[in-house]
Design a protein around this ligand. Structure first.
Ligand code: AMP
Ligand code: MG
Length: 521
């Protein structure tokens, strides 16, 4: 197994001068050196062959002892010096100060196929940033991160990747319901992979510490390494950088809304500077199309991170990134302009994305009304988002409103309701939709093909991940494997896997781990 180490981040940015592993405030440093905890009995549960390939690793490599040792933290990659990154953040709207990688340890940056990849273990023990927590992760949350990162990638959503899922052989104490009944669970480690794990919070940290030297160093480094599209100099360089981050973030959020992904904890420390979906915690997938839904029980009261709010929270987070970069720019107006543009661009891209979901290739101003009225009717009738959009592609231009509606009947959670007052609303919407379809020149068949490439058939429904977890807790990894394979082709018909194309079962409606998740992980 050959890995070409690069270590650009740690070679170019200031390190914490203290090298002992105890919780502390770290100043004037982008990271602290720390080694992973040696696991007592590591066991590989699953490796992503696709992510391995990115790194130049073969299937045989992933099955080797060396792979198990490196990615469980048992053995260091030769010549590597692992570290945890220092960052701050706003959590649930409040300034939280220094956070940092409390349970993430970056093993190395490597170069493969001319690309740089950072390899980071999540759950490999405490770091100087662990505060009062243990730095560990449990099997349940690690399965969720491993499966979802890969599923998101195959859906075409910008995301960090997951190379491996390994049991440590150690037990971890967790209070899942936060009700004073902690229990031991199996410890696990995921190896995440991304060009960089730098977050908005890395910049916020140095701005808050008034350490403008490190702020500038980090920003220059980030631009040089990861934003080749930024070629300007001086203040313009920082503005172009911010604008590019805003654009990438916008792109990511449009994808989330397209597939019905709710991140659950959009704190600024969980916002990748590269616009990648990062830190899979209490995330979830919209089942019934409910704008208000969030899977995160910690956020039950204010629902700050609900589906509907994701675009405006992204903007709020960008505002805080702008504040952090302000000392390098010293002019508020251009930053404000970029923030205002974000909203406009998002709306434009959202409409464009919804048009694609509806199979509309031409652009008419009235489409916005058609989309808004669909959102309304989808919400008043408890409709499964994924099934609705997937079945919608069966509608034919010559259909009557009634027969068009029959196509999506399967998407209703309470079909009996649709017979009554809701039938009229749906009928009206389909009349408008059919009228609009008839303005298109594309054939029904071609439209269907296009729609099916933007409306996934298979997503990692909340209960599916839970089934994989329940089985894995009993050492049965077959569901995990099955879902991993299934989600590699989310837009394809997979006739033998039709059972996963179904509405959330009733038992999962309110079950913890299915529609409701805590941050305990
Ligand atoms: P999150 O909201 O999960 O992204 O975590 C917020 C902060 O808490 C980050 O600084 C994490 O590194 C830290 N954190 C979360 N869980 C743990 C843990 N079990 N041990 C140490 N730090 C943790
Ligand atoms: Mg985090």
């Amino acid at each position: 197994m050959r890995l070409h180490l690069e270590n650009n981040f740690s070679n170019n940015l200031p390190a914490d001068l203290i090298e002992t592993n105890e919780t502390r405030q770290v100043v004037n440093a982008c990271f602290s050196y720390v080694n992973p905890k040696i696991p007592s009995n590591p066991k590989l549960i699953h490796a992503s062959n696709e992510t391995a390939k990115l790194l130049g690793l073969s299937k045989e490599d992933t099955e080797s002892d060396l792979f198990l040792n490196y990615f469980s933290g048992k053995e260091l990659i030769p010549n590597s010096r692992p570290y945890s990154m220092n960052y701050a953040g706003h959590q649930f709207g409040n300034w939280a100060g220094q956070l940092g990688d409390g349970r993430a340890i970056l093993l190395a940056e490597i170069k493969s196929n001319k690309q740089i990849y950072a390899l980071q273990l999540k759950g490999a023990g405490s770091t100087p940033y662990s505060r009062r927590a243990d730095g560990l992760a449990v099997l349940r949350s690690s399965i969720r991160e491993h499966l979802c990162s890969e599923a998101m990638f195959h859906l075409g959503v910008p995301t960090t990747r997951s190379l491996s899922l390994i049991l440590t052989g150690d037990e971890v104490l967790r209070d899942v319901l936060y009700d004073g009944n902690p229990e031991y669970e199996k410890g696990a480690i995921v190896c995440r992979v991304a060009p960089s794990f730098i977050r908005f919070g890395n910049f916020e940290l140095f701005a808050a510490q008034n350490d403008l030297k490190t702020l500038q160093q980090l920003t220059d480094y980030t631009i040089k390494q990861h934003f080749p599209e930024v070629t300007s100099t001086g203040v313009t360089k920082y503005l172009d950088f911010f604008k590019t981050v805003a654009d990438k973030t916008c792109e990511m959020i449009v994808h989330w809304q397209r597939v019905g992904f709710v991140h659950g904890v959009m704190n600024t420390d969980n916002m990748s500077i590269l616009g990648l979906t990062i830190d899979y915690g209490p995330y979830g997938w919209l089942e019934d199309y409910n704008y208000n839904w969030t899977p995160n029980t910690t956020d039950n009261e204010h629902r700050r991170y609900r589906f509907e709010n994701q675009p405006s929270i992204a903007q709020w987070n960008l505002y805080h990134l702008a504040n952090a970069l302000y000392p390098l720019i010293k002019e508020a107006k251009p930053l404000e302009r970029i923030l205002a543009d974000f909203k406009k661009k998002y709306y434009f891209k959202y409409i464009e994305m919804m048009r694609a979901k509806l199979g509309l290739q031409q652009e008419y101003k009235e489409d916005e009304r058609l989309i808004a009225s669909l959102e309304k009717v989808l919400q008043i009738s408890e409709t499964d988002m994924t099934i609705f959009f997937r079945e919608l592609s069966w509608v034919k231009k010559n259909d009557s409103a009634g027969s068009a509606l029959a196509n999506i009947h399967e998407a209703f959670y309470k079909p009996e309701e649709i017979k009554k007052e809701l039938l009229k609303s749906w009928g009206r919407w389909f009349e408008k939709y059919l009228k609009r379809l008839n303005l298109e020149t594309v054939s029904d068949a071609d439209r269907k093909t296009k729609m099916d490439s933007t409306n996934p058939k298979y997503v990692l429904r909340n209960y599916m991940a839970q089934l994989a977890i329940d089985a894995a807790n009993n050492e049965d990894y077959s569901i995990l494997e099955e879902l991993y394979e299934l989600l590699k082709n989310p837009y394809s018909e997979q006739t033998e896997q039709e059972k996963w194309y179904a509405k959330r079962p009733d038992w999962a409606r309110d079950k913890i781990g299915c529609s409701r998740l805590s941050c305990s992980s």
